[in-house]
Design a protein. Structure first.
Length: 196
């Protein structure tokens, strides 16, 4: 191989690699969020239809949780800070899996203590049956609230990416930094490609 051919081949290989990296497969459609009506920390109704038209990231917490929930809330704050805000930005939605305790006032206090103020992060509560059905049949995530007294509520750690059409586009482990980095990349891409 001549000296001239070697750099040309290297440039061609680098260009091919960059082109492959820039090509992006579309995110799969993994399900659709059904109709729901819940209540925000501002004691206002929030429906699936009111979230239609926005890209959003959901997670599942409860305010009395002594283990994983504070970490999930902290990670949601970190994700939220890396995403575009405003009407065309990405909404954060944290659903309480302990609606008997987590009233709008309790959620408002929890949000304040965890630096989750602002219109781009909503905490939701509602009737137990509505929450249970939404998690099981909509988000398709594990949840149980009938465990032993030492751990009556169990739930998954997944963050769920939802597009403007209420379609689930990804699940991400909430305690894994690499998974959340990918969530940020995917949420930004969805927000950019679906921007009005």
């Amino acid at each position: 191989m001549t000296r001239l051919a070697r750099p040309t081949l290297t440039v061609a290989l680098v260009a091919a690699a960059l082109a492959a990296c820039s090509r992006r497969e579309p995110l799969p459609v993994l399900g659709t969020i059904p109709a729901f009506t819940l209540t925000s920390q501002a004691d206002a109704p929030v429906t699936a239809e009111s979230l239609r038209g926005r890209v959003w990231v959901a997670n599942f917490i409860f305010t009395r949780c002594p283990t994983i929930c504070p970490g999930l809330t902290q990670r949601m704050r970190q994700v939220r800070e890396q995403l575009p805000a405003g009407p065309d930005g990405v909404q954060a939605v944290s659903l309480s899996v302990d609606p008997a305790h987590d009233t709008p006032a309790v959620l408002r206090d929890y949000a304040s203590r965890h630096g989750a103020a602002g219109p781009d992060w909503t905490f939701l509560t509602g009737p137990r049956e509505a929450i249970q059905s939404l998690l099981r049949d909509g988000f398709m995530v594990p949840f149980s609230d009938d465990g032993p007294p030492e751990q009556p509520i169990t739930h998954g750690d997944r963050f769920v990416l939802v597009d403007r059409g209420l379609r689930i586009r990804g699940y991400y482990r909430g305690m894994e930094p690499e998974a959340l980095e990918q969530l940020v990349v995917d949420a930004r891409a969805l927000a950019a490609e679906d921007a009005p």
